[in-house]
Write a protein that binds this ligand. Structure first.
Ligand code: HSE
Length: 431
């Protein structure tokens, strides 16, 4: 008879309650796994799930010699990081969905897990129900030159619904109700959640640590229906092909330099990532031997994430019985990271222009000053509006590939112009 593996669960939010319900339905039984204790910050809080003997005392899990695996589903850095560390120090295996903690502290935590000869499993931290972590562990002998991912379900859901005509606010509200969004939605909409996930994937693929704060990161908060409408109708203006806007997380190796970035991007409607809608995530990558692959599935939400957590629990239980923890990268490979300013991409600049003679000339003058080559420019009068008794009209100007540094300098000058309202938005094209 195989050893019964006992688990303790920290947190009963969307994912925590999904995992609890899964155990309640008997999912652990065929595998000899028992959920012993559940701890939450506030046991008195009204919940949909009814948990007998809910405790507030995390040490009833962290110090319980019978518990083999601690499942950390609290989210956020404090106190989750402290609990993960304590569990590892107590020689307990840890399963976590915590991308924020991993993106920042993986190096120390991996070293601690290795020293204690226990597992630290984190399948649910990236890609929800898609086994992305397992995939890249398996492919660690591959040379991967390019990764393009849709790694945040909330923003993908919002962009999909905005294309269908919903406002940003309504779409965000729906995503929150469906349990996709983080407690602080800026983590999703600001691109930070996707950035942390890109950092985790980079660790696995390139066996190196990257500080998420050093990754170029722009969210979707400034994407408007003007952008989505323009992308959709882009073929009418050039090339006959429609585009869509997606929040992409990209790792690209060129001449030995690794560029990492998260930003909204225009992609052709025929691109494999363009059909990834709602809360779905996807990861496209190019491997030297494996070639190009695309993996897609639900990236957020209770069931998909529970699936990932449960797959980790099974793997870790198996490792406990074999007496050997799973592989964790050492994160010590030397990798040269590219400076975001040197990145060269084509894109468009959208700005609200004063609808008076001379505004276009001023805008073109600024483009010329920064040696930006204009491909075409269109004013979308359908979206013009009054501000302080003046009319403003959104203008979209396509420019040939230019460096981020030059774009930033041009935006700085455009923003200073009295004929431009607010800050111009740059959206890059990606293939
Ligand atoms: N807030 C995250 C998302 C949850 O929307 O993708 C899954 O990590």
């Amino acid at each position: 008879m195989a050893k019964i593996v006992r688990v303790g669960l920290l947190g009963l939010g969307t994912v925590g309650s999904g995992v609890f319900e899964h155990f309640q339905k008997g999912a652990g039984r065929p595998f000899g796994i028992e959920l012993k204790t559940v701890a939450v910050a506030n046991p008195k809080k009204e919940r949909d799930v009814k948990v007998p003997k809910l405790t507030k005392d995390v040490n009833k899990i962290l110090d319980d010699p019978e518990i083999d695996i601690v499942i950390e589903l609290i989210g956020g850095i404090d106190p989750a990081k402290e609990y993960i560390e304590k569990a590892l120090r107590n020689r307990k295996n840890v399963v976590t969905a915590n991308k924020a903690v991993l993106a920042r502290y993986a190096k120390g935590l991996f070293a601690l897990a290795r020293k204690q000869n226990v597992d630290l499993a984190f399948e649910a931290s990236v890609g929800g129900g898609i086994p992305i972590i397992q995939l890249f562990r398996t492919l660690r002998g591959e040379k991967i030159t390019k990764v393009m991912g849709i790694l945040n379900g909330t923003t993908n859901y919002i962009l999909t619904k905005m294309e269908e005509g919903l406002t940003f606010g309504k779409a965000l509200n729906d995503a929150q109700k469906r349990g996709f969004a983080e407690k602080n939605h800026i983590l999703d909409t600001g691109g930070f959640d996707a950035r942390d996930k890109l950092a985790i994937l980079t660790m696995l693929i390139y066996n190196t640590y990257v500080d998420p704060q050093n990754i170029l990161c722009e969210g979707i908060t400034k994407i408007t229906t003007v952008d989505l409408d323009f992308a959709n109708r882009y073929g009418e203006f050039e090339g006959g092909i429609s585009y869509t806007v997606k929040l992409l997380a990209i790792a690209q190796k060129e001449n030995g330099i690794l560029h990492l970035r998260v930003h909204p991007a225009l992609i052709r409607k025929t691109h494999p990532l363009a059909n990834v809608t709602d809360e779905f995530n996807a990861i496209y990558f190019e491997g030297e031997l494996a070639g190009a692959q695309l993996h897609t599935g639900r990236g957020a939400g209770k069931n998909a994430t529970t699936s990932a957590v449960f797959s980790d629990i099974l793997r870790v239980a198996n490792n406990i019985r074999r007496g050997t923890p799973g592989f964790l990268p050492t994160l010590d490979a030397k990798v040269s990271f590219g400076n975001a300013d040197t990145l060269i991409r084509p894109g468009y600049l959208r700005m609200d222009l004063l609808n008076e003679p001379g505004s276009g000339a001023e805008m073109f003058g600024i483009f010329a000053k920064h040696k930006l080559n204009v491909r075409n420019s269109i004013e979308r009068h359908k979206y013009s509006y009054q501000y302080r008794r003046k009319e403003f009209v959104p203008d979209i100007t396509n420019i040939d590939a230019a460096s981020e540094k030059v774009i930033k300098e041009a935006i700085f000058d455009l923003k200073k112009s009295k004929r431009v309202r607010g800050k111009p938005m740059f959206i890059r094209f990606e293939d």
